[in-house]
Design a protein around this ligand. Structure first.
Ligand SMILES: [Zn+2]
Length: 499
């Protein structure tokens, strides 16, 4: 009963959600634990609650700044003062101060790149760490859809801070990714708690349109008729913004865009307005959603094809957290697979860029040991983007430390990036096949995660058959009739390819 009492007094919840208690008990028994809980089922409680029951600090490694910030704020709003989010949002002096006083905090959120600094690591070594949490642990696997090179050294970090009890949390991981998580963190002997990725209250549908224009028309129609609140996901910042503009011009007042290109304040504002019911619809990129606690989202539409089944599940999983019926709609027009392919390819440095760097290193052998000092120069002349640079730099530094010559490293890099692109291409093809399959969509997704569909779902998917009327708003908006004529001239504008 002690756990339930604490759950009530500290967090105000009368009961645990499925999975939470088992995971918490495992952690409290001092066992390393891997837990896979579907999006929206309260993963953070699995380290927050034990934090109040054990002596020492809880370290939480989190890959996304916004997610980390949200979770830290959530704890603070819950009355916890000993929380810090140690990341690049802190100024230099704030960081210094925080580092000296690290032992006064209970919950310490750290972004993985901070672990590069010896000063941070040596402070961590002085702490009495009760629990080491790796959030979004699938980022550790090179075959995970969201691989972060920074995550690779978490196993080493864990060792250096004395192998504390470790909890790896993720919402979606295939069998290979799970194996990678355990191996990288050095917790092969862990307890595993794996729950179904299925969310039966989310109906799954795919709608195929003949072309982009028809698809856009359908999107507008859906936005005007579906029962909200809702999220529409785009792969392009520009499209997210333009669609929000278009819907507003058509009279939908409570629509905003959200993407990573917006400044921090605007993003927080939009997020807060949406959470508090002042907005009905967000036109977003994948930057939106992690750590957003809004339980009454009724629909999620994908205007662009996601890059993999895992991120698709994460994104649609933001609907229906209150358990009520919700719907996920994927819109598809022929050729839609081109955009994700392009995005996947642009993320990594290509062969010509690496060849250029090889030549540059040949001419500047002294620069090799201090490559970060040449970041701007290399980026400018080889055309690497920030993300490409980070990936390049991380790979190079790791290998350089192990004493491989630069030519060998760059050769290996080329091979590795080729494999990575192949992997990404396969993931996109997987989504493409899913869209075009003709049997139950839920069954197909579950089998991707080695699961079987063994419950009957009332509103399962478009293939099993479902009535669309169930998802339509009762009161139609005034400007309903104008849907199809006053916005045609915007289409050309929308057709400009996004970034
Ligand atoms: Zn079905």
């Amino acid at each position: 009963m002690r756990l339930e009492a604490l759950l009530q007094s500290k967090f105000g919840y009368p009961a645990f959600r499925p999975g939470q208690k088992e995971i918490i008990e495992s952690v409290l028994a001092g066992r390393n634990t891997v837990a896979m809980l579907p999006t929206g089922t309260g993963k953070s409680l699995c380290y927050q609650l034990p934090g109040y029951m054990i002596e020492g600090q809880v370290i939480i490694i989190s890959p996304l700044l916004s997610l980390m910030q949200d979770q830290a704020e959530q704890l603070m709003m819950n009355g916890e003062k000993k929380v810090i989010a140690f990341n690049s949002f802190l100024s230099r002096s704030e960081k210094r101060k925080a580092l000296i006083n690290l032992n006064q905090y209970k919950f310490i959120f750290i972004s993985p790149e901070m672990l590069y600094y010896e000063s941070v690591l040596s402070q961590l070594q002085k702490l009495c760490i009760a629990l080491f949490v790796v959030d979004e642990a699938h980022c550790i696997s090179q075959w995970g859809y969201d691989f972060r090179p920074d995550y690779l050294k978490l196993g080493e970090v864990r060792q250096k801070i004395g192998n504390p009890v470790t909890l790896a949390l993720t919402a979606t991981a295939t069998r290979e990714v799970k194996a990678d998580i355990k191996k990288s963190l050095g917790i092969l002997d862990c307890s595993e708690f794996i729950y179904s990725v299925d969310r039966p209250n989310i109906a799954l549908t795919v709608e195929k349109a003949d072309n982009f224009r028809v698809k856009t028309e359908r999107l507008v129609e859906l936005a005007e008729t579906l029962e909200g609140p809702g999220i529409i996901y785009f792969s392009s910042k520009k499209m997210a913004e333009q669609t929000a503009d278009l819907l507003r011009e058509k009279g939908a007042k409570r629509v905003m865009a959200y993407h990573g290109g917006m400044d921090h304040e605007s993003r927080i504002l939009v997020q807060q307005q949406f959470i508090h019911g002042q907005l009905d619809l967000i036109c977003a990129t994948s930057a939106f959603g992690m750590g957003i606690n809004k339980d009454n989202i009724r629909y999620v539409i994908h205007f662009h094809m996601p890059l993999q089944i895992e991120s698709y599940l994460q994104e649609i999983g933001r609907a229906g957290r209150d358990g009520k019926q919700s719907i996920a709609i994927m819109l598809y027009a022929p050729g839609d697979e081109q955009l994700p392919l392009q995005i996947a390819e642009n993320e990594l440095p290509d062969k010509s860029q690496i060849d250029w760097i090889t030549g540059w290193m040949e001419e500047n052998p002294n620069a090799i040991m201090n490559i970060s000092a040449y970041e701007e120069q290399i980026k400018q002349r080889s055309g690497l983007t920030d993300i490409q640079w980070r990936i390049f730099y991380d790979f190079f530094e790791r290998k350089n430390k192990s004493g491989l010559g630069y030519k060998r490293i760059l050769q290996e890099m080329n091979g590795y990036f080729e494999d990575r692109i192949k992997f990404k291409r396969n993931s996109i093809e997987e989504v493409y096949r899913w869209i075009h399959k003709e049997n139950c969509r839920r069954e197909n997704i579950l089998s991707y995660f080695d699961e079987e569909k063994n419950t009957s779902v009332q509103f399962c998917c478009d293939i099993c058959g479902l009535q669309f009327e169930n998802f339509i708003r009762n009161t139609k908006s005034d400007n309903q009739d104008k849907t199809f004529y006053d916005w045609k001239n915007h289409l050309e504008y929308l057709l400009i390819p996004g970034e």
